[in-house]
Each structure stands twice: as C-alpha cells, then as structure tokens.
Ligand binder design. Structure first.
Ligand SMILES: NC(=O)c1ccc[n+]([C@@H]2O[C@H](COP(=O)([O-])OP(=O)(O)OC[C@H]3O[C@@H](n4cnc5c(N)ncnc54)[C@H](O)[C@@H]3O)[C@@H](O)[C@H]2O)c1
Length: 254
C-alpha cells in the first residue's frame, strides 16, 4: 500500500494551490513525491507557497492563471504540455462562495460564481484530458462540497455549481474509464481555510450552529481534506472512480 502512495516526480496540477485546501493537497502530494504545480491568480501567494515547499525539499512549480477564463486555462494546458513529460493528475480545487437568496441575486453574480466554480472545471477537464490520457494511471479530483449533495440556506449558485461538479465527475468517469482515467469528487464540509476563517471573523458563520451539525463536533483542518485528495490522486485509489467522497465529519449522515 505505501509504495502505491509514492510518486516519482510526476506533475500534478492543483488549482487554487496557493492557499487553503488546495495548498494542503499540494503539500500532501509533494510529500508523496509528486511535483505540485500550483495555479492561482496572485503571483505573490503562489511564490510564497512555493518557497515554503522548496525549503522542505519538495518539487513545486507555479503558474498564474484565472481558471474561470478559458484563455488562461488554454495557456496553462499548453505550458504544462511543453514543460512536463507527463501530467499524472489535475485537482480542480479553486472555488468561491457568497450568500444571497435567489430573489435578490443579480445575473452577473450568478454568472461570476458559475464561471469560477463550474466553467473552470469544464475548461480544465476539456484541455487536460488529452494530456492526462498520455500518462500512466491518470486521475482527476474535483473539489465540490457537502452543499453539492444537500442544500443550504441562501446559497443557490454555490449549491447549483457544486451539484454540477459532483455529477459532471460521475459523467466523466463513465466516458474515460475505459481509457484508464479515474475521475472523483471530494466534498468537504466546513474547513478552516483562510476564506472560511474570514467568514467566521466577519460573523457570517456561527460556529456553534455549524459544529452542532457535524458529528465530530468541529470543522476540518485543511490537511484533513488535502490528505484525502492526495490519496484519490495516488495509485492506492486505483479502483476508485466516479465516487463522491464526503469528507465532512458526519455532517450529511443525518
Ligand atoms: N473551506 C470550506 O469550508 C469548504 C467547504 C466545502 C468546499 N470547499 C471548496 O474547497 C475549495 C477550496 O476552498 P478554500 O476554502 O480552501 O478556499 P480559499 O479561498 O481559502 O482558497 C482557494 C484558492 O483558490 C484561488 N482561486 C479562487 N478563484 C480562482 C480563480 N478564478 N482562478 C485561480 N485561482 C482561484 C484563491 O485565490 C485561493 O488561493 C473550493 O472549491 C471550495 O468551494 C471549501
């Protein structure tokens, strides 16, 4: 089992890999021997994370892109094709959220979150699947949410995008399974990323109410999600495809 978790420098692209859950996934993958390719919009954040990783003796590359933009994803996939002998996996992690009931939701805000959370997964899968199919034992992990399998108050776009990610994952697993590409989604529950901590600080999230819904009685640390993502990327998960992996401390079991 342990040998199947190990990688030999293969490239794994992690969107939103500069911070939060993406950074934790990229770190776990580096620990397992991968070259983490962290993608994000802010060069300074990416460089800071890269320095941290290189100082630990890990392999890490950065690429600045807004993955909600088709042309940025196209640039990224062309660069990856010309830079790496093979790309083993893609982790579609970057995402955002905001709260608004649908009757107050302007079209542009709907489109903005659709682009960040769902169009991005479409662009990334479309452009990277041909590359992944040239690799040995490739996979895709899409980061959805518990709110992709249950509803949540005042989050119509978020729930719609994450539900879309969950079922797009199943669909892709059907189309590409015969060619050896595994596609899975990870659905985190409340996780203490910089963004989520920001919501707590602003009083937008009431932790007592959140914790009451989680059977383990607390939110996740980013590493607890990142480790599961890294496992699914690895060959130790070689028979897992089309799965919706809830990593939520029991939030959705009742
Ligand atoms: N934190 C939670 O409680 C939680 C729960 C369920 C699901 N998720 C999902 O996990 C993923 C990561 O969330 P997080 O909480 O770690 O967020 P975060 O904001 O802390 O980190 C996300 C990273 O993605 C980057 N990013 C956002 N939009 C981007 C874009 N258009 N192009 C490139 N990079 C972009 C951000 O700059 C940031 O570095 C998201 O898809 C989120 O929906 C998070």
């Amino acid at each position: 089992m342990l040998s199947k978790l190990k990688m030999q420098g293969e490239a794994v692209v992690v969107t939103g890999g500069g911070a939060g859950i993406g950074k934790a996934a990229a770190a776990a993958l580096c620990e397992m021997g991968a070259t983490s390719v962290i993608v994000g919009r802010t060069e300074a954040t990416l460089k800071e994370t890269q320095s941290e990783f290189l100082a630990r003796g890990w392999k890490c590359e950065t690429f600045v892109a807004d993955i909600s933009r088709e042309e940025d994803v196209s640039r990224l996939s062309k660069w990856a094709a010309s830079t790496f002998a093979e790309v083993k996996a893609v982790v579609n992690n970057a995402g955002n959220n905001f709260s608004s009931p649908i009757h107050e939701l302007p079209t542009e805000r709907w489109r903005e979150l659709m682009a960040t959370n769902l169009d991005s997964v479409y662009f990334m899968c479309r452009d990277f699947i041909p590359l992944l199919l040239k690799s040995k034992r490739p996979s895709i992990v899409n980061v959805a949410s518990t709110f992709g399998v249950i509803g949540n108050a005042k989050m119509p776009v978020y729930c719609a995008t994450k539900g879309g990610v969950v079922n797009l994952t199943r669909q892709l697993a059907i189309d590409y399974g015969a060619q050896g590409l595994r596609v899975n989604s990870v659905c985190p529950g409340s996780t203490l990323s910089p963004r989520y901590k920001g919501y707590i600080d602003k009083g937008l999230v009431k932790m007592d109410a959140v914790n009451a819904r989680i059977m383990l009685g607390r939110p996740a640390e980013c590493e607890e999600i990142g480790d599961v993502i890294a496992f699914l990327v690895s060959d130790a998960a070689s028979f897992v495809t089309g799965a919706t992996m809830l990593v939520d401390g029991g939030q959705t079991i009742h």
